[in-house]
Unconditional design. Structure first.
Ligand SMILES: Nc1ncnc2c1ncn2[C@@H]1O[C@H](COP(=O)(O)OP(=O)(O)O)[C@@H](O)[C@H]1O
Ligand SMILES: [Mg+2]
Length: 323
């Protein structure tokens, strides 16, 4: 290795984004910001297919190469998801000709000759107790991982100041550790959502510009992978399985909202107000349906999507001069 190569390796070690560019992989803005984030507690609430598993796999792969002897653990709710994460890790080290030699590389474990290990495990209580002193713990699809798993790794984290925790997920209701961490300013928080909103009128396109305000302290992004109008209309009208997607699911899976459970009759706000201000609780019709905007749509009509650029939408539909 030449001196110049050695210097470049030092630069890649300090900057995961530079390392990714070196292996010819371009990150989205939000992915870049996550990789540059030096916090030890990072919580990312992202739309389905935004590139969440990809970026945490890149982070794990970088850590294993550039911090010799490190232990990274990725916990995912199912075996299929954890195997997907390992495949993504391979896709990052594959093109890197100077990546350390693999002493072991299977679906669950990557061991390098620099002493680093990456474990990719299905998130069970037992699996979470099977390792110690991690440098990086990643909870992929964290909202689907039971609290008991987080509780099992908590002592390893509290004993180790340097341990970095990354939680990344679509939301799954207002429960669990992912929900509480996303609402806590002790965490460095990101939200990566589709630019398309559901609105309450049946006509499409509706002339509503998407205005988005997030929770204070959360870094907000519109997901570059979700800019295609066609895909979004198809999600609403057909759903990925041809069955259609409810607006509640759309808001959860693509708009990053912590919506209440489908079968929940009273909203969380209403329940909270019963405790905080019991004298002044008034039950309005919408309290009974939580915040599901679809329920405000007149019966028999379909919720529509709002388009940030209506003219562009019309042009694409061949209606440039009015339809
Ligand atoms: N920076 C990027 N540039 C191009 N494609 C990307 C980028 N990040 C992720 N992807 C692609 O987006 C798709 C969804 O990524 P994935 O990480 O599985 O999403 P998620 O875990 O959020 O559902 C994959 O095909 C992946 O290769
Ligand atoms: Mg994923």
């Amino acid at each position: 290795m030449t001196t110049a190569d050695a210097l470049m390796e030092i630069a890649y070690g300090l900057d995961p984004v530079a390392w990714l560019s070196h292996i010819k992989w371009d990150s989205f803005d939000w992915q870049r910001d996550v990789l540059h984030d030096s916090s030890t507690r990072i919580c990312i609430n992202g739309a389905r297919q935004a590139g969440k598993s990809t970026i945490i796999s890149a982070k794990a792969c970088h850590m294993a190469k550039y911090r010799p002897g490190s232990l990274t653990v990725i916990l995912a709710p199912t075996q299929r998801q954890s195997q997907e994460d390992m495949l993504k890790i391979r896709s990052f080290y594959g093109p890197d000709s100077t990546y350390p030699k693999r002493v072991k590389a299977n679906d669950m474990e990557l061991v390098l000759d620099n002493g680093s290990r990456v474990l990719v495990l299905t998130a069970t209580d037992e699996a979470a107790r099977g390792f110690s002193s991690p440098d990086l713990i990643i909870f992929d699809e964290a909202s689907r991982i039971p609290d008991i798993v987080f509780d099992a790794v908590r002592p390893m984290i509290t004993d180790n100041d340097r341990a970095v925790i990354v939680e990344i997920s679509t939301p799954n209701g207002r429960k669990g550790f992912f929900n509480s961490h996303f609402h806590s300013n002790l965490w460095s928080r990101y939200e990566v959502r589709t630019p398309w909103d559901i609105v309450t009128t049946a006509t499409m396109p509706t002339l509503v510009k998407t205005i988005y305000e997030g929770t204070e302290g959360v870094k907000l992004y519109f997901s570059p992978r979700h800019y295609s109008i066609k895909d979004q209309i198809e999600v609403i009208t057909n759903g990925e399985d041809g069955q259609g997607m409810s607006s509640r699911m759309y808001r959860q899976e693509y708009c990053c909202e912590f919506v209440e459970a489908e079968a929940q009759v009273f909203s969380n706000e209403l329940i909270a107000s019963l405790f905080s201000n019991p004298e002044n609780v008034s039950v309005k019709p919408f309290d009974l349906i939580g915040k599901d905007l679809a329920a405000k749509v007149p019966q028999g009509e379909t919720p529509a999507v709002s388009f940030p650029d209506v003219n562009d939408f019309l042009r694409r539909q061949g209606c440039a001069n009015g339809c």
